[in-house]
Design a protein around this ligand. Structure first.
Ligand SMILES: Cc1cc2nc3c(=O)[nH]c(=O)nc-3n(C[C@H](O)[C@H](O)[C@H](O)COP(=O)(O)OP(=O)(O)OC[C@H]3O[C@@H](n4cnc5c(N)ncnc54)[C@H](O)[C@@H]3O)c2cc1C
Ligand code: FES
Length: 319
């Protein structure tokens, strides 16, 4: 998997950057087209784009420091632009259900097997689409290690009247055949950054899946002095805390448990601020609901955090 550099020459300035990229057959993710899901994020490395408020965002021009992540559906190009996109080898593969483990009756740990010939691979923080035989597709971020071959693990929260939830709860059986496509989304925290060597994870609910994948894949890096990690995890009291969170050496974990009845957990954003808030040694990865991720982003903005070091995995509804 690698990053691909793409330059659009004289793009249509009346179209979104996402549509210009898709018109040019650039393999970029596309979802809500409303700035919510983050599937269309690319790194702007050179050029100027304009957002809906008419504000200009520029990179790589007249010594302007390097790139920034932008939601390409939310901006239009202003002249030539160069962007970096994930050049994933996208696969579409059958995926057989290997096991389903129920946790607290509302969370399914789903393991699927994929044929080794399909060469499925991903970077932690990316996601796949799983499709039911009837054609319904939903996005899920693997919790398994990216180094594990032929097997993917997902943590799936049941949603009331949810199509995929209803299938898992009532109809799914071992060896059922699903279809998998992907991976999609951006890389996050995959490489060590010498000056930004404190990784902050802010996650709620099944947002813990990509963090579990990261710890399983490269958690060893925190067991030394090169990098450190702090995880802020909001979950239901008595609910699921993956063992990797508490057992990975060098990783500090701040848990915020809420009661299903009375709620009342501290917000992970507040716990983060209580611990000192953002500084310029940090990279921040947030995963979970759109509201939580947007809130973290706005908190970081308020603290003048450089958003080039903010990564998100938004678990938006497919509706
Ligand atoms: C990039 C990405 C990664 C994701 N990764 C995961 C993951 O690892 N684990 C996981 O459990 N889910 C994840 N999701 C959410 C997942 O794709 C589905 O939205 C969710 O499983 C519900 O599917 P469903 O068919 O059961 O419900 P649907 O039939 O789609 O919806 C049923 C009802 O639930 C509501 N609903 C659906 N999804 C959500 C949501 N996420 N938040 C609040 N309300 C919702 C709908 O508005 C609707 O009212 C991810 C989403 C995205 C975009
Ligand atoms: S497609 Fe751009 S944020 Fe969803």
């Amino acid at each position: 998997m690698s990053v691909k550099s793409v330059t659009l020459t004289a793009p249509d300035i009346d179209k979104s950057l996402l549509d210009c990229l898709l018109d040019s057959r650039v393999p970029v993710g596309s979802g809500c087209k409303a700035g919510e899901c983050g599937k269309c994020e690319v790194e702007l490395v050179r050029g100027i784009v304009k957002n809906a408020r008419g504000e200009l965002i520029e990179a790589g021009i007249e010594g302007n420091a390097s790139g920034c992540w932008i939601k390409s559906c939310q901006v239009c190009p202003v002249g030539d632009v160069s962007v970096l996109v994930e050049a994933n080898r996208m696969v579409r593969s059958p995926a057989k259900i290997d096991s389903m483990e129920w946790i607290e009756n509302s969370l399914c740990r789903l393991i699927v097997r994929v044929p080794s010939t399909a060469n499925v691979s991903f970077i932690p923080g990316q996601y796949f689409e799983l499709s039911l035989p009837a054609g319904v597709s939903r996005s899920y971020s693997p919790a398994s290690s990216a180094e594990e071959k032929g097997r993917l693990e997902f943590l799936i929260r049941m949603r009331p009247s949810g199509v995929f939830s209803e299938y898992l709860k009532n109809r799914a059986s071992i060896n059922d055949m699903l279809f998998l496509s992907g991976p999609f989304g951006i890389r996050a925290l995959n490489e060590v950054n010498q000056s930004r060597n404190h990784d902050i994870f802010m996650v709620t609910g099944t947002g813990v899946a990509p963090v579990t994948s990261m710890l399983r894949t490269f958690g060893r890096r925190y067991d030394g002095s090169a990098s450190k990690a702090t995880i802020f995890y909001g979950y239901r009291r008595g609910g699921f805390v993956p063992s990797e969170l508490v057992n990975t050496r060098g990783v500090k974990v701040v848990l915020a448990a809420s009661s299903e009845v009375s709620g009342g957990s501290p917000r992970i954003q507040d716990l983060f601020l209580k611990q000192g808030g953002a500084d310029d040694t940090m990279r921040v990865f947030a995963a979970g609901s759109a509201a939580m991720v947007a809130d973290v982003e706005s908190m970081l903005c308020d603290h003048k955090f450089d958003l080039r070091y903010f990564y998100r995995d938004v678990f938006a509804s497919s509706e």
